[in-house]
Design a protein around this ligand. Structure first.
Ligand SMILES: Nc1ncnc2c1ncn2[C@@H]1O[C@H](COP(=O)(O)OP(=O)(O)O)[C@@H](O)[C@H]1O
Ligand SMILES: [Mg+2]
Length: 686
């Protein structure tokens, strides 16, 4: 027996989730005259493909910031909020701005709409991601009220319904000789309301042209009667349904056939219509036709056969394609291609590049050179997210950052300044400050590099190696930076794109650089965790400041224990100051500055706390660590035999690593052992 579903249960839930209003809007159907009313009310429905794409992107909003004194606009569209950030593009805002400027001027009809937009960059630099986002964006936009667009179908007296095969704009049904007058009138009625002038270019598609002639004859030349046979409907763009979104991928040269771009004769239908010149016997299913009103992507554009390429350049320049046996047909779509940098370079000496350069707008899409932005890619891909995140092994802190650090290092050119290391350069690019370097210096560094961000390791390689590390069964429940770095290093041996031995050697050395940096980071972290006893730091800080105060004012310090007065404890003060390399000759200055600062605070009625002075804080942490290290006997960890008292102390530190630094039980133990082994090696500054 089936149990009746409670309408307030699942069905009720579904009913609540459906949006009838937008369903009705998205399935709107009306007469041509109703469409004209709609156009008058919302002229934006007639926008061309460039205008719609540009407006869609801008509709997500922008953010402004400055970098090296240059104002930068970040288009929030590239955060991919439509899809939980899955295809978000980071770190190349300057280049995305150039792309957006091109789209804007295409939307305004200033020229780029007659060119192919060619994204150009090294492999794995987000070229495909950008185009994927565009496609996703216009699909989404076409479903929003503000992104609505329309097309039409013929409803013939025979009962037959024929859709415009290129899902064209209904206004194209207005005879060319009347358009100017009609458009002027329309534009007048929407003036002040329209962002762009309403405009329609060119003739109808071959099928509609054929039916138009046929039907107007039947109606004795009466256009008004003929137009009754037209139904206008909302058009929803969809890559899956092959509406408004096309992709063309080069195959091997012998297999390339222009019918893939326009369409082909449908032999079965010829029998039906009795002639191969009846356009209804033609399938307008080539990519250019499919993509009409939206966007067409040319994957690896320069791998196309040259003949094809000329077709494509023609299509962009004239906005027409020519299906076999038919007259030229207008298209309205954004044409965007991409090419890998090596492919482009290979063709640079080729004469046809001359023609190409003239008819394409090349937008560079380089690799990311900002460390934290590169890390965002891997965090997006591999850290569980609030929604839709994948569940997998725990990733120890710094693992993804270290992979990103290596990737960026491989892309940077060695600094020409002798006293600047590559790692320092990376940190400068990441916005850290370094003594002696101003923003202008960093800008200069960027300028003098020639192929920076065009060579190096691609994010895709790093993504692959991180996944390898994640699935490799090591018995450990979490992965750490070493596992990933080893995976990255191991993969170099048979990396298909890097076959130059010198380069491999350099990349391996950079793995070493990153490992060393990682060692520094975790050492610091463990030290902090050991010393992160707030009360202990506060006590130590109070004690230090009491002594410094007495020292600077040439007084004695009250000994809380004996009740007597002692000389300031010089040894204690120095043991803290030495931690941050304050030489004896500078100690008085340091102490005086500190007291001045505390004094100034007091005048404002504020009290000093150790967090206000980062250097002092760090010194206190190090001192506390030193004091506690021996009591914890960290180095005894390596010996595996730990007495219960030490174990209890270690457990406290471990818990701090878990609670405050994002480790799990396993990786916390792991990192403690690792740092202990460094101390056991004895190469730590004591
Ligand atoms: N700037 C970037 N921001 C975010 N992700 C990026 C960026 N560059 C590359 N990626 C990631 O690297 C991978 C390869 O990118 P893809 O778009 O396929 O590159 P391309 O088409 O240029 O070869 C994708 O997973 C992409 O998300
Ligand atoms: Mg690609």
């Amino acid at each position: 027996m089936t149990k009746a579903l409670n309408p307030s249960g699942i069905l009720g839930m579904i009913a609540g989730l459906q949006d009838l209003q937008s369903y009705r809007e998205q399935n709107w159907e009306g007469s041509f005259s109703e469409y004209l009313d709609l156009v008058k009310e919302r002229p934006a429905v007639t926008r061309n493909a460039y205008q719609r794409l540009y407006d869609m992107i801008v509709s997500f909003g922008t953010e402004n910031y400055t970098e090296y004194k240059k104002p930068i606009v970040r288009y929030k569209f590239f955060d991919d909020s439509m899809d939980n950030g899955k295809d978000a593009v980071f770190g190349i805002d300057v280049h995305l701005m150039k792309l957006l400027n091109t789209l804007k001027s295409a939307a305004l009809g200033l020229g780029p709409e007659k060119r192919v937009i060619l994204l150009h960059g090294p492999v794995g630099s987000a070229k495909s991601s950008i185009v994927r986002l565009f496609k996703k964006g216009i699909e989404w936009y076409s479903r929003q009220p503000e992104g609505a667009l329309y097309t039409f179908s013929w409803h013939l007296p025979s009962g037959e319904i024929v859709h415009s095969p290129l899902h064209e704009e209904p206004l194209r049904l207005i005879p060319i000789e009347m358009r100017k007058v009609v458009l002027d009138e329309l534009n007048k009625s929407v003036s002040g309301k329209a962002k762009y002038r309403i405009d329609i270019e060119g003739d109808l598609d071959p099928v509609s042209r054929y039916l138009y002639k046929d039907q107007i004859k039947e109606c004795g030349g009466d256009w008004l009667q003929m137009i009754e046979r037209i139904k206008v409907r909302r058009l929803l763009l969809s890559e899956k349904d092959r509406v408004g979104i096309g992709t063309f991928q080069p195959k091997d040269e012998k297999n390339q056939d222009s019918t893939e771009l326009t369409g082909d004769i449908n032999y079965r239908r010829i029998a039906e219509f009795g002639s191969d010149s009846d356009p209804r016997a033609f399938n307008f299913d080539g990519e250019f036709c499919v993509a009409n009103r939206g966007i067409i992507e040319f994957v690896e554009m320069l791998k196309l056969d040259v003949a094809f390429l000329y077709d494509l350049l023609g299509a962009s320049q004239e906005h027409v394609v020519k299906p076999k046996k038919f007259a030229q047909t207008m298209i309205d779509e954004v044409i965007i291609g991409h090419t890998n940098e090596p492919e482009y370079r290979r063709l640079q000496s080729n004469e046809f590049m001359e023609a190409l350069r003239d008819r394409t707008i090349k937008i560079d899409v380089p690799y990311i050179t900002k460390w934290s932005d590169e890390a965002r890619i891997y965090k997006r891909d591999f850290l569980p997210r609030a929604h839709g995140g994948r569940v997998h092994r725990h990733i120890a802190p710094h693992t993804l950052e270290m992979a990103a650090m290596w990737a960026v290092l491989t892309r940077l050119e060695d600094p020409k300044k002798a006293n600047l290391t590559l790692l320092q350069k990376l940190k400068l690019y990441d916005g850290r400050t370094l003594h002696g370097y101003t923003e202008d210096n960093v800008k200069e560094l960027r300028k003098t590099a020639v192929r920076e961000a065009l060579d190096g390791v691609s994010p895709r390689y790093v993504q692959d190696k991180i996944s390898n590390a994640l699935v490799r069964d090591t018995g450990a429940p979490s992965i750490n930076a070493f596992m990933v770095l080893n995976e990255l290093e191991g993969g170099l041996r048979n990396h298909s794109l890097i076959n130059d031995e010198d380069r491999k050697k350099r990349y391996r050395e950079l793995i070493g650089v990153v490992k060393k940096e990682y060692e520094e980071i975790v050492k610091n972290e463990v030290q902090k965790a050991i010393a992160s006893d707030e009360n202990a730091i506060m006590r130590l800080c109070g004690n230090y400041i009491d002594n410094v105060k007495a020292f600077t004012q040439k007084e004695r310090v009250r000994n809380a224990f004996t009740g007597g007065y002692d000389e300031p404890d010089e040894r204690m003060m120095r043991s803290i100051e030495e931690k941050i390399d304050i030489p004896v000759s500078r100690k008085e200055d340091f102490r005086r500055e500190l007291m001045n600062y505390i004094g100034a605070l007091a005048i404002d009625g504020k009290q000093f706390n150790f967090r206000m002075n980062e250097r002092l804080y760090h010194a206190l942490e190090l001192k506390l660590f030193e004091d506690q290290k021996d009591s914890i006997k960290l180095s005894s960890l390596v010996s595996q035999v730990v007495d219960p008292e030490t174990q209890a102390k270690i457990d406290i530190v471990k818990q701090r690593l878990i609670d405050q630094y994002g480790y799990d039980e396993y990786s916390a133990t792991d990192v403690l052992h690792y740092v202990a082994s460094i101390f056991a090696r004895g190469d730590v500054k004591e």
